[in-house]
Design a protein. Structure first.
Lengths: 242, 382
């Protein structure tokens, strides 16, 4: 099991006058499965972008296993052990599915044996049930298959902390099952997972801990059942459809 | 069509497409090696081929930079110019503590190449944060600035008259000189292509293509996009710097002039690469070579009237000198290529020979049979 110690200290992300992330702090010190929920525009994706290095926070610091990572480029952050998927998938369109897998594999282990990395890629594609698409250009994949490919690329990176931004959105129930078992498997591998989703059923079923964002602020952090009954959360979010 | 399919099947069963492709390539190389010994060819034809090789280097290295790495630079000709001008100036005036006499023409070429690479490094670092459109604008501005400096620093560069470089080889006999120049540029083209293929086929090439597809995604997948952007800039700048320095110094037949650095010339390089296929190094090289040849061949178009017909004034042929219209037509071909054959006119041949479409057919077939399977299962469920 890899070491896990992720620490966000008072992260602020401002776009002009819009405070998309508002003093968010939390820590992850063990391989937990953490759900992150919040209404549209709550700042979940923005926080993911800050954590993964795509955005430099206006304020605050992030440490991963003792290394400061805020403001570092994504390729550094991912090497430090934090990987993410994209809510709007970003397949490398005119490259094959296999090449999409080799890029992360070779990028973080440039001296590794290519055949070994290819074998690993095939294994993962098999696990994700998209092995029949190996030689297909990834732009030919359907939306759901792209989601699976994103998950596959992440496994090639093997990060200690994984952020999944809406892995279920627009995915057929049968593929959702695949993603479910993927999440379980990766979690059993000793990784911490932050699962961002509007699919309450899945979030409550999978999560051991729940983070709730609203208007950029973290309004709850705790066990799912406790969070569910938190009046602030009910008012801000869950109450809406009850 | 049926005939072609039978031909295809025969090839697949026999020699194999890839090997046929290599055989064809070998034939072309043999022809090009023999060409200057063909006494029926004029010196002029050889000159056309020589510049064809030069532009093949320019277009294929631009294909690596823009087509493979996705960096749409308009500064390619400027880097070529840096190589040529620096080599020329250093050979004539010396460099810092080195006197001109102490620098050989080879030394001058090396210095020109290195300086092109260094400028590429600086430009690459400046451009890191720029996205496509800004990169194009910035590099246009950069190359225009460079051209204007070369034009106005008359005392050093000879202004619009250009600069002649110290010849690499001094050969009195014109015939022999052309021949030597021919082989030199041809060898340079081969070496550059091999070096670029080596990069493009290595894992660096994989990362460059990932960067082209989606820079943010590549970065999130662990690709050090900063390093590879700089690397590809430096590498291609050095290639064209070297090509420029050698092309203009080889036998001292041509002067480097600022006109070569105009946006029009740069646009021609892009057109060659696009027409040949900007994601394929060999495609872009062939595109440049063939385009140069056709542009030369169409300087004057003579169409002899059939059946010995003559016009009232007694001429038996129609003569058309398209002049600059060739370039307009050429531009039109490029636009059509971009619209209808984005991968270039040579792409179908290259994919056919590489057998890449075989792989695709195979996976499509597999997918279709999977779908059949799924459909049958679906029917069973009902
Ligand atoms: N690049 C940007 N520039 C300006 N504003 C931005 C930018 N990115 C996000 N925002 C703003 O930040 C806020 C949070 O957006 P974000 O995408 O993080 O929400 P989210 O919680 O992921 O929502 P959803 O559930 O719809 O995915 C929104 O108000 C959005 O408009
Ligand atoms: Mg979002």
């Amino acid at each position: 099991m890899s070491e896990i110690n992720l620490e966000l200290n008072s992260i602020v992300m401002r776009f002009g006058g819009n405070q998309a992330v508002d003093h968010v702090s939390f820590r992850i010190v063990k391989p937990e499965l953490i759900g992150m929920i919040g209404p549209n525009g709550a700042g979940k994706t923005t926080l993911t972008n800050v954590m993964s290095g795509m955005l430099k926070p206006t304020n605050g610091t992030i440490y991963l296993n003792g290394r400061r990572i805020d403001g570092h480029p994504p390729y550094d952050v991912v090497r430090a052990g934090l990987g993410r998927t994209f809510q709007i998938t970003r397949a490398l369109g005119r490259m094959t599915v296999l090449e999409n897998m080799l890029v992360p594999g070779l990028a973080i282990r440039p001296r590794a044996n290519r055949a070994e990395i290819e074998a690993r890629a095939h294994e993962i594609l098999d696990l994700l049930t998209i092995d029949h698409l190996t030689n297909e250009l990834s732009r030919a994949l359907s939306g759901g298959q792209r989601k699976l490919l994103e998950l596959g690329r992440l496994l090639m990176l093997d990060p200690a902390v994984i952020i999944l931004d809406e892995p279920f959105a627009g995915v057929h129930p049968r593929l959702q099952e695949t993603i479910y078992s993927y999440i379980h498997r990766v979690h059993e591998d000793g990784k911490a997972i932050i699962l961002i989703s509007h699919n309450m059923g899945a979030v409550f079923e999978l999560s051991q801990r729940l983070l709730v964002l609203n208007n950029g602020a973290l309004i709850a952090d705790g066990a799912p059942q406790a969070v569910k009954n938190d009046p602030a959360v009910i008012e801000a979010y869950l109450g809406e459809d009850e | 069509m049926a005939l072609f399919q039978r031909f295809e099947a025969a090839i697949d069963a026999g020699i194999g497409r890839r090997r046929l492709g290599y055989a064809l390539l070998a034939l072309i190389i043999v022809y090009l090696l023999w060409f200057p010994n063909d006494t029926s060819q004029s010196n002029y034809a050889k000159t056309v081929f020589i510049s064809g090789f030069f532009y093949a280097i320019m277009a294929s290295s631009w294909a690596l930079l823009a087509g493979i790495a996705g960096q749409f630079s308009f500064g390619h000709m400027a880097f070529m110019g840096i190589g040529a001008y620096v080599a020329g100036l250093v050979a004539r005036d010396g460099l810092a503590f080195l006197t001109a006499e102490s620098i050989s023409s080879v030394g001058a070429i090396v210095i020109g190449t290195v300086v092109a690479g260094l400028v590429g490094l600086v430009i690459g670092m400046l451009l890191l944060r720029l996205r496509a459109a800004y990169l194009a604008l910035f590099t246009i501005a950069f190359s225009e600035l460079f051209r204007i400096v070369m034009l106005t620093e008359y005392d050093y560069t000879g202004g619009s008259n250009g600069l002649s470089l110290r010849p690499l080889l001094q050969i009195a006999d014109v015939e022999t000189a052309r021949q030597v120049e021919y082989y030199l540029m041809f060898a340079l083209l081969i070496v550059c292509l091999l070096a670029m293929y080596w990069v493009a086929n290595s894992q660096v090439g994989l990362f460059l293509r990932a960067m082209r597809e989606d820079e943010d995604a590549a970065s999130a997948l662990g690709v050090n996009v900063v390093r590879y952007k700089i690397l590809v800039f430096v590498f291609t700048s050095m290639i064209v710097g070297l090509a420029g320095a050698i092309f203009y110094s080889d036998i001292g037949s041509e002067r480097i002039i600022p006109e070569q650095l105009e946006v029009l010339q740069m646009s021609l390089i892009i057109a060659y690469a696009v027409i040949g296929g900007m994601e394929s190094l060999i495609g872009a090289a062939a595109g440049a070579f063939i385009s140069r040849y056709l542009l030369e061949a169409t300087r004057e178009v003579v169409i002899t009237y059939p059946f010995g017909l003559t016009t009232a004034d007694g001429s038996n042929a129609f003569v058309w000198e398209p002049g600059a219209w060739r370039y307009a037509l050429f531009g039109f071909v490029m636009v059509l290529t971009l619209r209808f054959m984005r991968n270039g006119l040579l792409y179908p041949f290259i994919t056919w020979f590489s057998g890449r479409d075989l792989v695709m057919k195979e996976t499509v077939a597999k997918r279709e049979s999977d779908e059949d399977h799924a459909a049958r299962q679906g029917a069973d469920d009902e």
